[in-house]
Design a protein around this ligand. Structure first.
Ligand code: F6R
Length: 253
């Protein structure tokens, strides 16, 4: 595992975008796994500045709410369209988001999992982490080998995401999320974490035991993980013991 610690969120974006740009330069039709939420926004902003031709890049989103009307501005289909597809100039036909509005979301989840495999798998999966340790919407208690499925959102997750809605009551209660087993099949995991409020959970995920109680701890099971954190989020990391090697990133060109 490689950990880059940078001064601030903009720095996390620059370093993570540099990693993505290198992958895309060597594989112009790379498959990106894209996260939503606030953490990866600086990454997409910085990647756009690389001005690469991303028209052949394919992308799979991590998750989607169940039950939001089509076109809802906070559906991840819309967030991914605004923040990823349009910002980076991806071909919308090559970008997939789980079908949260499907009549049968369970079947939609199975089809999504199969589509990722059929597409050859994800080259680099971008991840954030929730305060309760969730990655994608795999809430605590998720099986380490879980597949894409319908999941009930934890109350803490709904509270955290209420900032995007009028009130917490408007945040959907269910989602379709890639499973932990699905995520672990990506060839590289790239986690981006910002802010002192994530320091405790990041340390638990990287230095604590691997356990369904902290879904982010599955990163320890993957052979190719890069974590890019700002100083505040990295504050509680133990760089002296275990498998974690903390590197201070050089400024990114
Ligand atoms: C979003 C996702 C979530 C977020 C997590 C952190 O697609 O899968 O796991 O990464 O909730 O969200 P932020 O970055 O907003 O703190």
């Amino acid at each position: 595992m490689e950990i880059f610690v940078v001064p601030d969120a903009a720095g996390t974006g620059a370093v993570a975008a540099g990693i993505l740009a290198a992958v895309i330069r060597s594989k112009p039709d790379a498959v990106l796994g894209v996260a939503t939420g606030s953490s990866p926004i600086p990454v997409y902003e910085a990647l756009a500045e690389h001005r690469l031709d991303l028209s052949r890049v394919r992308a799979f989103a991590l998750d989607e709410y169940v039950g939001l009307p089509a076109g809802h501005p906070q559906s991840y289909a819309e967030v991914v369209r605004r923040e990823v597809t349009e910002r980076l100039g991806l071909d919308p036909a090559l970008v997939s988001v789980p079908a949260g509005g499907a009549d049968d979301p369970h079947r939609a989840a199975d089809l999504y999992d199969a589509a990722i495999r059929a597409g050859g798998g994800v080259d680099v999966q971008i991840l954030g982490i929730g305060h309760n340790g969730h990655i994608a919407f795999n809430e605590p208690g998720s099986e380490l080998d879980s597949r894409t499925r319908v999941e009930v959102l934890a109350e803490r997750t709904r509270q955290a995401n209420a900032r995007y809605f009028r009130s917490v009551g408007d945040v959907p209660t269910k989602c379709i999320t890639q499973g932990l087993g699905t995520i672990l099949e990506a060839r590289q995991l790239l986690m981006v974490v910002n802010g002192a409020d994530k320091a405790e959970v990041l340390a638990a995920a990287l230095n604590g035991p691997v356990s369904p109680g902290c879904p982010g701890s599955v990163l320890q099971l993957h052979p190719h993980v890069t974590v890019v954190a700002d100083e505040a989020a990295a504050m509680q990391l133990d760089g002296r013991e275990g498998q974690v090697a903390v590197r201070v990133a050089a400024p990114c060109a």
